[in-house]
Design a protein around this ligand. Structure first.
Ligand code: 5AD
Ligand code: SF4
Length: 361
């Protein structure tokens, strides 16, 4: 055990150099880091895992992010919109299993028809479930009125990843036009907080051009914004995207995976009582990836309940379509693994992050 790592973990606050050292930790020190994160999770939020049923509502997107398979210029994608009745069926699936919460995600659209459709859908979902489900939206950048419209229709949580908090890096992985402005993304996050959403963000880990300092600053960015939730995971290259040409410059997948677990563990230690999701990208690299993340600080898992018909077309990165939709048998296994690992599943609870309420006190 390196004394310096122990020393850092005993501090109340980390600076960028501390975090870099933690990210560089060797195997033995990493084990220690993970065990500290597990302790903090137990102490501050209890050993709970919350389920959120993830519904990938549509893969139409007007953006052209250089890393994502759903980008507008990718003409290989079969574009879909899940019909309201089908969404309500998926919602019922989560509700009947007592999961307490759903996430609605889609590619980005900013037109009024879309805004109104989501509003109607939220009203229907809340009616169908007696306002008992926590509803998280992940529908990209929108203006104040749209965010407000959805909040008033019953969505209380919103996830908008900053993708990278380094503006220069952000600009390298997005087109340089008015649709992909770093400043707008920051503004959106601030608007969400101002309206009163329980707000989440996140980044990709192992991007081309990214170094440990960027990742350390990503965590400090989350802390400075005082976010309530985080979803972050490894970057996984996709053949039909512009960033694919940098594939030989990337860290091996196994390192991106470990780095992602370290990021989760460090964030748990830095922001004791937020919700941290164990993301699907971890599962692409390691079939047990999502369960492992729960052991090092994550406390939310998002089984995909998009109707099977559409599932394969939400092809953000390589390997995603091969992940089976979550069958009943799979979910039973997942529940067992979580319980064996010592966590209790937060059935029947919305599972809002304690941080949101604690910081108001
Ligand atoms: N690898 C990992 N994550 C990705 N995302 C998009 N493309 C990739 C990729 N190639 C993530 C982004 C986005 C979310 C919907 O998926 O962080 O916010
Ligand atoms: Fe669209 Fe999101 Fe993919 Fe960017 S990351 S292209 S906004 S779906």
């Amino acid at each position: 055990m390196q004394e310096s790592i122990k020393g850092i973990l005993n501090q109340v606050n980390f600076d960028v150099h501390d975090i870099i050292q933690l990210l560089e930790a060797d195997d033995i020190n990493t084990e220690y880091l993970f065990s500290q994160a597990a302790k903090i999770k137990q102490k501050h939020i209890g050993n709970y895992t919350y389920f959120r049923g993830l519904i990938e509502l549509s893969n139409y997107c007007r953006k052209d992010c250089y890393y994502c398979g759903l980008r507008k210029s990718n003409s290989d994608v079969f574009r879909y919109d899940v019909r309201d009745e089908e969404i309500l069926k998926s919602v019922a699936y989560a509700y009947e299993r007592n999961w307490g919460s759903i996430v609605i995600q889609s590619g980005e659209r900013q037109d009024i028809e879309f805004a109104k459709r989501i509003e109607r859908l939220l009203i229907k979902i809340n009616k169908q479930t007696n306002f008992e489900l926590g509803i998280t939206l992940s529908l990209g950048e929108q203006d104040y009125d749209t965010y407000k419209r959805w909040y008033e229709a019953g969505a209380t949580r919103y996830l908008l990843r900053i993708e990278s908090s380094n503006k220069e890096l952000y600009n390298k992985i997005h087109p340089n036009d008015s649709f992909h402005k770093y400043e707008n993304r920051i503004k959106s996050l601030e608007t969400l907080q101002r309206i009163g959403y329980i707000t989440g963000t996140g980044v990709m880990i192992g991007l081309p051009f990214q170094d440990l300092k960027d990742l350390a600053n990503d965590l400090l960015f989350m802390k400075s914004l005082d976010i309530d939730m985080c979803g972050m995971g490894p970057y996984i290259e996709h053949e039909t995207t512009p960033l694919y040409k940098y594939k030989n410059t990337l860290l091996p997948l196994s390192e991106r995976y470990t780095l992602s677990l370290k990021m989760i563990a460090i964030l748990r230690i830095m922001m004791l009582d937020i919700n941290i999701a164990s993301t699907t990208a971890l599962q692409v690299i390691n079939p047990n990836g999502r369960e492992e993340a729960l052991l090092v600080g994550a406390n939310v898992i998002m089984p995909n309940i998009t109707p099977t018909l559409y599932h394969a077309n939400y092809n953000i990165y390589k390997g995603k379509p091969e992940i089976e939709p979550e069958t009943d048998t799979y979910i039973q296994k997942l529940e067992q693994t979580i319980k064996q690992a010592g966590d209790t599943i937060g059935y029947g609870q919305k599972g809002d992050p304690k941080h949101f309420f604690n910081k108001k006190q």
